[in-house]
Design a protein around this ligand. Sequence first.
Ligand code: ATP
Ligand code: MG
Ligand code: MG
Length: 551
Amino acid sequence: ESTAPAHFLRQIVQADLEAGKHSQIVTRFPPEPNGYLHIGHAKSICLNFGLAGEFGGVCNLRFDDTNPTKEEQEYIDAIKQDVEWLGFQWAGEVRHASDYFDQLHAWAIELIKAGKAYVCDLTPEQAREYRGSLTEPGKNSPFRDRSVEENLDLFARMTAGEFADGAKVLRAKIDMSAPNMNLRDPIIYRIRHAHHHQTGDKWCVYPSYDFTHGQSDAIEGITHSICTLEFEDHRPLYEWFLDNLPVPCKPRQYEFARLNLNYTVTSKRKLKQLVDEGHVDGWDDPRMSTLSAFRRRGYTPASIREFCERIGVTRSDGVVDMGMLEFCIRDDLDAHAPRAMCVLRPLKVVITNYPEGQVETLELPRHPKQDIGVRVLPFSREIYIDRDDFMIDPPKGYKRLEPGGEVRLRGSYVIRADEAITDAEGNIVELRCSYDPDTLGKNPEGRKVKGVIHWVPAAESIECEVRLYDRLFKTANPDKGEEGGSFLDNINPESLVVLKGCRAEPSLAEASLADRFQFEREGYFCLDSKDSSAELPVFNRTVTLRDSWGG
Ligand code: ATP
Ligand code: MG
Ligand code: MG
């Protein structure tokens, strides 16, 4: 029994179960292994696996692998990893549409025998012409009335490899004047002399998506076949195949609106282009919209599931604001991520009245609300603060450090800026400050110190690299380029800022890949799974502390 809000698919499943239509529901997630999964796929995964989980059913993972030239084992492995990372487990073994190629081929022959399929020799250009348009009915192919014997012979010879790619196709004989273009004698088999990642060189004819999908659903006993709205027009064809073949059961197809997210692209073709042309550092570049990128960037599976729950499931297309996804990860990390300090642009501070050689050990809570212990921070005469936390001539309302002004060091004392040391060019290279020994854990006497800044000890802090990520595109709808332009023109040139020579508090030397942190005042961070090393930790900024996009 589900407690989640009842979107229309939950209602359908619930009603079907109550009416006794099925004793158990079976759904499937059917990616084509031609790229990495992106955030749009997460919506489909959460929906299919989620419904199965909520209603005591099961969900299959099926690779929709009918297009061997665009598919690769690398993508299969990545997709499996991403589904598991999101927290879902498929029923039994992974399935492939190609597991059913023998059955599909036998069914194609049955259609031929029933006079419902024929081999057609029209070229693709001719076929397009014969197909008509939305306003004009199509014309019958001159090959439509071939005899069953001739069709059986030709299809056998297509299968045996006698013809070149594209020379012939097998088409279903439905209705060339159907208002729905998908019913105008659609292709069910095409010739493709290509090696397949699962079936090797066994086949040189491959079934079309439409001829594969519904029958695969039927073979697996899928009860609810959920897909995105662009397949709504394919549903009559999906049903035509099921009605005209001796399938073991009749799954039903339901459509929902795909996820569109602003400031990003979620088309595998475009994501692949970004990778292939080197605009990003691979499919898992933390700025990409792929699940492997979100993982590398520090997103939690829970935050993505929460996002998918919040956006809901409807039948109307819309664009979801990236801010919503960022809200979900921020919310999760705020509640769970330990706090730490890291100075991104270090400025050395010497506390002149602090005794030389003295070290105090300060303890700071790892989290302000969760009881997850403390971290230890040595405090002595030399520390680092961020360059941006000192200004010689600050604007009004500046709450950090200025000449003669005071500020509290997080978890430590109040210091006053006495002198800024500059180099020959006038750059500030060091600050001389004094501390008030009576301000550890209490307010100073007789004055208010408003600002609190983060810091690290100079000697004991560790060096690290920090990568600040921003949205990959600078416009909300990157697909809409300038006239004649491409989405590539909208890449945000500031989407990655690499800061070297950053200084992290010593406790961060123990950070592991599974950890996520709030660097106080800077955002949420995790170690980079590719480039971080024990010698030089590399931290990725997952998300800023606040929404800086005003969205
Ligand atoms: P792309 O256009 O990125 O290649 P696709 O739909 O061709 O996407 P598939 O691998 O065929 O990619 O998708 C597997 C499943 O995920 C399908 O059921 C598809 O409908 C669903 N899906 C893909 N993109 C989205 C999206 N943006 N929102 C919701 N579901 C999606
Ligand atoms: Mg697809
Ligand atoms: Mg696709």
